[in-house]
Design a protein around this ligand. Structure first.
Ligand code: NDP
Ligand code: 2IT
Length: 452
């Protein structure tokens, strides 16, 4: 298919994607954002279109969908659906997290696997793209139920993964506890102790700083963005959504870098603490969420100066920097306008695709610093890549060594965004920069490897 203009390319290509993948709205959204960034480049590189590189990139190499039967504590039979989308292995083994959440469906799995392919290419490490998960939610389940579910899930998944084939990790609803149960079952079935999952415990093959890595990396990337305008975290008011892995360590690093973090949230509401979260309060949140598996509203009971807002998101609270760290499509166009009207000058995404297209347009039109998740949250999977390296050489590095590598990687990703995303007027389009840099690396590998 020959396209005369970038606009006709986007329209024609998206028409085909939508017709071929009906109803997969999150997948359409993720592809549309990428294709929009690539169109100018593709028009002047027609050989990539001739070889249908883009068509191949939106067609997963393999999708596995499977039944996950288990028995709950009351003796009832439960059936969930398991997924693994192995999107692209051009630059390394499939790599990407596993999400356990009631909303999980094929569209969400495909959007996440697609994003992961570009993100992993940006990390500078050799990792392909994948994502998996289930419509099972660990929330409200006992440890025994979570273990039984994980064992059943892995009983099927183990056939399709391996340390040099596909290496899953955590995501929403999958943290250290779930990775432990999944790893135990894999090891038992395969009789092999290896780096088949990342996010493992420190004394059984895990990497120092993997739990911290996504949030810390997000802050290192944001520091780089702020530095382009001669600014830093020092004295800035930061709003964060989510209260899970990414949100907790984003809050911790932002606080360490001198910011005042005033919000956290979960799917029921958000807390606003006008005094800001300090080290002790962040420790409390970690304990509340990771050990007691409580709700964020309990924060306002523990710290009465904080207010809890049920059924609301934190974007109405005035801030300098907003860091969405919960889930996809959690900032809409109206919320983006409110953020800007209240003086926000930087939005750095910790979650995957947290901003709706209308919100992204607002950020870009007003010229604030805005980074897409696939660039700014790549520190998590990058540190997973470092965990794979440590597993391969059977060594464990120190936290300082891993932190230095993480800082270096986030700097390199930022530099790649500048290289490919700098506009004529000197501003940086981080969406374009990240998409183009990731695309070129994967496309070149695909071209070199022939039609596979
Ligand atoms: P967690 O499960 O640890 O925490 C998720 C948090 O987001 C919880 O506070 C949860 O609240 C909230 N949340 C989840 N779904 C929704 C929803 N539909 N609406 C509102 N709030 C919601 O997950 P992570 O912190 O690991 O992941 C957060 C985001 O970061 C995701 O987009 C993930 O894909 C992305 N990410 C994660 C990485 C990692 O290394 N873990 C790496 C890169 C990106 P509740 O308890 O109410 O569900
Ligand atoms: O979205 C992501 O990058 C993750 N959930 C982390 C994936 C990984 O393999 O560490």
């Amino acid at each position: 298919m020959y396209y005369h203009s970038p606009e006709s390319l986007v329209q024609g290509f998206m028409g085909e994607v939508i017709a071929r993948n009906p109803g997969e709205k999150e997948f359409h959204q993720a592809v549309s954002e990428v294709v929009g960034s690539l169109a100018d480049y593709l028009i002047v590189h027609p050989h990539l279109m001739d070889r249908k590189i883009l068509e191949r990139m939106v067609e997963p190499e393999r999708i596995i969908i499977f039944r996950v039967p288990w028995i709950d504590d009351s003796g009832q039979v439960r059936i969930n659906r398991g997924f693994r989308v192995q999107m692209n292995s051009a630059i390394g083994p499939y790599k990407g997290g596993i999400r356990f959440h009631e909303s999980v469906n094929l569209s969400i799995m495909k959007f996440l696997a697609f994003e992961q392919t570009f993100k992993n290419a940006l990390t500078t490490l050799p990792m392909g793209g994948a994502k998996g998960g289930s419509d099972f939610s660990p929330r409200g389940k006992s440890d025994a139920e979570v273990m039984k579910f994980c064992q059943s899930f892995m009983t099927e998944l183990q056939r399709h993964i391996g340390k040099d084939t596909d290496v899953p990790a955590g995501d929403i609803g999958v943290g250290g506890r779930e990775i432990g149960y999944l790893f135990g079952q894999y090891k038992r079935l395969q009789n092999e102790f290896g780096g088949v999952l990342t996010g493992k415990g420190l004394n059984w093959g895990g990497s120092p700083l993997r739990p911290e890595a996504t949030g810390y990396g997000l802050c290192y990337f944001t520091e780089q963005m702020l530095a382009t305008r001669g600014e830093s975290f020092e004295g800035k008011v930061v709003t964060i959504s989510g209260a899970g892995n990414v949100a907790q360590f984003t809050a911790e690093k932002a606080f360490q870098l001198g910011a005042k973090v005033v919000t956290l949230s979960d799917s029921n509401g958000f807390i606003y603490d006008p005094d800001g979260l300090d080290a002790e309060k962040i420790e409390y949140v970690k304990e509340l969420k990771n050990i007691y598996r409580g709700r964020i509203r309990e924060y306002a009971q523990k710290y009465p100066k904080a207010q809890y807002f049920p059924d609301a998101r934190p974007w109405g609270i005035p801030c300098d920097i907003a860091m969405p760290c919960a889930t996809q499509n959690e900032i809409n166009e109206a919320e983006a306008k409110t953020l800007i009207a209240n003086g926000c000058t930087c939005v750095a995404e910790g979650a995957n695709m947290p901003s709706e297209p209308g919100a992204i347009a607002v950020f870009q039109q007003t010229g604030i610093l805005y980074s897409p998740g696939k660039a700014s949250n790549a520190g998590g999977v990058a540190t997973s890549g470092l965990e794979m390296t440590q597993n391969s050489i059977r060594l464990q590095w120190t936290p300082e060594e891993v932190d230095n590598q993480l800082r270096r990687i986030m700097k390199d990703i930022h530099a790649a965004c500048l290289r490919y995303g700098k506009e004529a007027d000197g501003t940086v389009n981080y969406v374009k920069g990240a998409n183009l840099a990731g695309f070129i690396k994967v496309a070149e590998a695909m071209m070199a490897q022939g039609l596979v």
